[in-house]
Ligand binder design. Structure first.
Ligand code: KG4
Ligand code: ZN
Length: 342
């Protein structure tokens, strides 16, 4: 007789995406994401509006996720929610919902670190035979709030070996996109425009930081000054050079990211690399990871697009591994705006 698989409902509400997912074992059954359009007009996420939108979205999103999984509430064995890091008001909506669900349905509550979620997204599968990384592996975690190189020793044992000392890679994309008057979030738009541009058209300064740490604030300033200087000669400079500006900026960001990742591979001798977080959706970064892996004979793990930006399947998978350890949270648990991956 086959053993019944554990069904985990995951809830993600750390920023501006309300998401619910159901996984059965490591298999994804549904992963519903309601992105909040309301922030576009403000050029960034407005925390108060985000929490209000989460409140409106959470019930229909969970309902859809359970139905799409072909299940009912009684099939759910445990509920996992994002405890942090993120916007406190947004986290409160997801954590309050999860507590209520656990209490009402008498199932365990599991708290999840959002960053561990991005990393363990590599263990969510469509079918049992899908490959997954072996331990240890190195994960480049690049999102709107984080740029880290993480040594993943076990599912729930991670060590940060490099980290940004200022801005995150996604933040650099978003801030430079704003300079060019592109809509928020700038990363995906910039990626698209860059595909028609010349990556060598403009040179931007690269940081000189020791060790495996990153810095992106100098690049942002270099980009801003370059654009400002050219605008003095040509008021239409941005419009006339948009694709080349995007391609050159993207080339520089990817170069900075890969430079430290390759140093980490040399230093640690680890033969498997993965990339995670919103910026892992970037086409140039995905290509650079694959090319680098091929040249160095490494196994490379690139997440499917739906697991790059914030989603609840990645929260549910962390919940699954914690469920196996019977690592449950009490009803008194509170969200944390700051939360390290370690
Ligand atoms: O992981 P995520 O959804 O949220 C955080 O936890 O921060 O990452 C969002 C970030 C944003 O900065 C966004 O611009 C960036 O990921 N991003 C991209 C792309 N898609 C999303 N950056 C570059 N290229 C993309 N295709
Ligand atoms: Zn994220």
């Amino acid at each position: 007789m086959s053993k019944k698989k554990v069904n985990i409902l995951g809830i993600e509400s750390s920023c501006d995406d309300t998401s619910a997912a159901v996984i059965s074992g490591q298999i994804m059954k549904s992963n519903i994401i309601a992105s909040q359009e309301v922030h576009k007009q403000y050029g960034g996420v407005v925390p108060e509006l985000a929490s209000r939108a989460h409140q409106q979205n959470i019930v229909p999103v969970v309902d859809t996720a359970i139905k799409k999984a072909g299940m009912t509430v009684s099939d759910i064995d445990a509920i996992a929610f994002t405890r942090g890091p993120g916007l406190l008001g947004s986290l409160l909506v997801g954590s309050s919902f999860a507590k209520g669900f656990a209490l009402a349905n008498n199932v365990p509550l599991i708290e999840v670190n959002h960053l561990q979620g991005h990393v363990l997204a590599h263990f969510v599968k469509d079918k049992e035979t899908d490959p997954e990384p072996n331990f240890p592996f190195l994960c480049l975690l690049v999102s709107g709030g984080h740029s880290q190189i993480i040594m993943v020793h076990e599912h729930l044992k991670m060590e940060v070996i490099g980290s940004t000392i200022d801005d995150a890679a996604g933040e650099a994309f978003d801030k430079c996109a704003k300079v060019m008057d592109l809509p928020y979030p700038g990363g995906p738009v910039l990626d698209k425009l860059a595909q028609q541009g010349n990556p060598n058209a403009f040179k931007f300064s690269k940081p000189r930081i020791d060790g495996l740490n990153y810095s992106f604030s100098g690049l942002k300033t270099s980009f801003l000054y370059t654009v400002r200087d050219y605008l003095k000669q040509d008021a239409d400079f941005i419009q006339n050079n948009l694709n080349d500006l995007c391609a050159s900026l993207q080339y520089t960001v990817v170069d900075i990211l890969m430079d430290k990742l390759s140093k980490a591979v040399t230093q640690t001798g680890v033969k498997q690399i993965a990339v995670a977080g919103g910026v892992s959706a970037n086409s140039a970064l995905r290509k650079a990871m694959i090319d680098y892996g091929k040249n160095e004979g490494l196994d490379v793990f690139i997440p499917p697009f739906q697991y790059t930006t914030d989603n609840a399947a990645m929260i549910a998978i962390v919940g699954y591994f914690k469920y196996l350890n019977q690592d449950f949270a009490p009803q008194s648990i509170t969200p944390m705006a700051r939360f390290s991956v370690e």
